[in-house]
Design a protein around this ligand. Sequence first.
Ligand code: FAD
Length: 407
Amino acid sequence: MTLGPRTLAAADFDPNDPDAPSLRKVTRAWISANIPPLWRQSRRNLSDHQATRALQRAWQARLFDAGLLGIDWPIDAGGRGGTLLDTAIFLEECARLDSPEPINVIGLSTVGPTIIEHGTREQKERYLPSILAATEIWCQGFSEADAGSDLGALRTSATKEGEHWRLSGHKVWTSYAQDARFCMLLARTGTTEARHRGLTCFLVGMDQPGVKVRPLRDITGEHRFAEVLFDSVHVEAKGVLGEIDGGFAVALTTLLHERGTHGLVHHARARSLFAAIVQLAKLVQKRGRPAVEDSVVRRRLIEFAIDIEAMTATAYRYAGSLATTRRVGPEFAILKLQWGELSQDLVDFALDLQDDLAPISDQHQGIDHGRWQHEVLRARSNTVAGGTTEIIRNVIAEQVLGLPRGR
Ligand SMILES: Cc1cc2nc3c(=O)[nH]c(=O)nc-3n(C[C@H](O)[C@H](O)[C@H](O)COP(=O)(O)OP(=O)(O)OC[C@H]3O[C@@H](n4cnc5c(N)ncnc54)[C@H](O)[C@@H]3O)c2cc1C
């Protein structure tokens, strides 16, 4: 397996080398020096989907060349052979410095780790290097109109025809589907009554005849996800990931990574939002003085600061356990729960601070180029995507606290 050039020497960045500069220091210095200057402006340029994707693509290529991707992936998969804790440190620095999202974020954060855990040697060799290099973008097709929280209800089906499969169905809210070369999806291969036990995970080419992508416009006006229709699509036998009818176990790995490893960095995101809100409170006025001097505003800022400290402490407690257990547990979902609600409270507060300056008009384009108006709309999805707040509460109740099942 060959890899692209690396601008950092492996020794500079080897997580297993005690003499190497710390991973955090290397990551922080590299991101600070390389973050695209246009990023802060262009990410507010909401209508320009193509320009944003081009920037994300270029950003991932640079991260790849610098050897900063796949930190916990096995070396023979093109990774660095580090730990999940190393990856969490890298992601935390990305969040802290507010860097762009790599174009292949789904491939890096969920598809790759799932292939590493459940894939055959052939699948690992075929797909993992191009996920890191972003030469093949991935999307994840789990959700359907009547099967979001309840994957046992999904209806996309695959039937065996000789050596291959025929797949038909309709997925929704598939992030990055417009850009994707492959989709990791769940389809029903058993009976409807079998529910979770009758699902299989497939790796499907988005360029196959019968695949149609219809972009969906979300509340912010962006097209960040799409519906994907599969009409009698041919899938080769080697496109099955994991066991036939064992797709739910594969999906659980995906969800643990989505809510888990990534959960560890939410506190850094919250901290970065909070810092921007403190700046905002210095800029806008309340009763003729900077809002930050107002006692009600100060009290709320202090409450946020305490919440973020508590979140950081929880994240570090779990991060510490990763170093020894090397596994993401259901308890990590607590961080996703905290982030969903806190992020919405933070951005709502930022908009409230602006009082009558909040509405955007032809004359007034908003403070920070309308950043907070956009963030308020964008944050609505934080209590839905990757598991709704109610579902996460169920996970915590049943799998962490050991309470009886709700139903
Ligand atoms: C920005 C964004 C990106 C997304 N990207 C992807 C993607 O790339 N791939 C993908 O497959 N999916 C994606 N999704 C879909 C996401 O996973 C689902 O929206 C989510 O799982 C919830 O499903 P649903 O929308 O069908 O809501 P439903 O499951 O219909 O839930 C509706 C309401 O009922 C509540 N509810 C449901 N069941 C229970 C229960 N048992 N107990 C208590 N309350 C319950 C929910 O909490 C929610 O409030 C994305 C969603 C968003 C918002």
